[in-house]
Design a protein around this ligand. Structure first.
Ligand SMILES: Cc1cc2nc3c(=O)[nH]c(=O)nc-3n(C[C@H](O)[C@H](O)[C@H](O)COP(=O)(O)O)c2cc1C
Length: 175
């Protein structure tokens, strides 16, 4: 039988990123009969060019679209930079508008940042624009993320750990 796929994207490219650590923590909650993968191509995505946004876009875009097409559920987990969505993530999402790659897909949004309210709000709008099925119970803002994690990326705040489990369960139920 076809194994369901969860495809996770971190909006931070930073080595030791707390958002990446959250995605790793979620992978440990994943049942063995579900594939869970974390996207590793965000830094390879070229700057969005509507003139190249056709059926034969740059290879990195084709690859991301394919991985999204194969996904039964999507997780975006991202910090906020300069009161907005990190440029690399926004750029990748711009490439996904015309392909409708998110259309109808159960999607979880986790914004983990120092504050994060602005990026979180903006992403809710963006995901609406690209017709993602953003799951209310799988939408979470975690402020002061660095204080809720130890140096090894373990979540040390019990309430945050519980909320992340609940977000992940909501995504699993939607698959
Ligand atoms: C250039 C820069 C700008 C930032 N701007 C914001 C901001 O506007 N709002 C916010 O909540 N955090 C901001 N931060 C802090 C990040 O939220 C914090 O570094 C976070 O841990 C980054 O996520 P990561 O650990 O996954 O890399 C900024 C960080 C950097 C490096």
């Amino acid at each position: 039988m076809h194994k369901k796929n969860i495809f996770a994207i971190s909006g931070s490219l930073r080595w030791g990123s707390s958002n990446h650590a959250i995605l790793q923590a979620l992978s440990k909650m994943c049942p063995t009969d579900i594939n869970y993968s974390i996207y590793n191509g965000l830094s390879e995505i070229p700057a969005f060019d509507p003139g190249l946004d056709d059926d034969n876009p740059p290879p990195a875009i084709l690859s991301l679209r394919k991985q999204l097409a194969d996904a039964d559920g999507i997780i975006l987990c991202t910090p906020e930079y300069a009161y907005g969505v990190p440029g690399a993530l926004k750029n990748a999402l711009d490439w996904m508008v015309s392909s409708a790659s998110f259309s109808g897909k159960p999607t979880s949004l986790i914004t983990a940042s120092t504050g994060g309210e602005n990026a979180h709000k903006a992403l809710i709008k963006i995901l609406g624009a690209i017709d993602a099925n953003l799951l209310k119970n799988a939408t979470l803002l975690v402020s002061f993320i660095r204080s809720k994690m130890d140096a090894d990326g373990n979540i040390i705040d019990a309430e945050t750990a519980q909320k992340l489990q609940s977000v992940f369960n909501a995504l699993l139920r939607s698959l």
